[in-house]
Design a protein around this ligand. Structure first.
Ligand SMILES: [Zn+2]
Length: 140
């Protein structure tokens, strides 16, 4: 470490990990990748596990009411009704439409925040919550 660096306050001595723009680009790419998994149904829901022979039943493990499909998880499972109300509220009626939820650019952030809040895929995807003040197009 140079003598100049040692004169800096301790929190400023470490090199900056990424530019904000680069971090935002990486985050968006990761969101896209995860939304693509939801669109294709290749996500660890019961219907997928049953299809690949990893589960005996496709029944939703949290409510037991229906097969746990992407549509059930995102639109109708009573276990997540509160999460749905909170995260899809800004989308209005679009938030009740699977096609819009999985394909609209505007829905990507609420969708991933919903997934994160439910904790349904935390073991597989880790934390996918959007950074609180990261705006989509403020690159400058
Ligand atoms: Zn359910």
């Amino acid at each position: 470490m140079s003598s100049l660096a040692t004169q800096l306050p301790k929190p400023l001595r470490k090199p900056l990990p990424l530019s904000a723009t680069r971090a935002r680009q990486n985050f968006k790419a990761e969101l896209d990748r995860r939304a693509r998994k939801l669109r294709t149904g290749h996500i660890p829901l019961q219907t997928y596990f049953e299809r690949i022979g990893k589960a005996l039943s496709s029944t939703c493990p949290t409510c037991g009411d229906a097969a746990e499909t992407v549509a059930h998880y995102l639109l109708t499972c009573p276990t997540y009704s509160l999460h749905r109300a909170v995260h899809f509220r800004t989308l209005g009626f679009s938030g009740r439409n699977l096609k819009t939820l999985l394909n609209s650019k505007d829905a990507l952030r609420p969708l991933l925040n919903f997934v994160n809040a439910t904790g349904r895929f935390r073991q597989v995807f880790g934390n996918v919550e959007a950074p609180p003040d990261s705006d989509e197009d403020d690159d400058s």
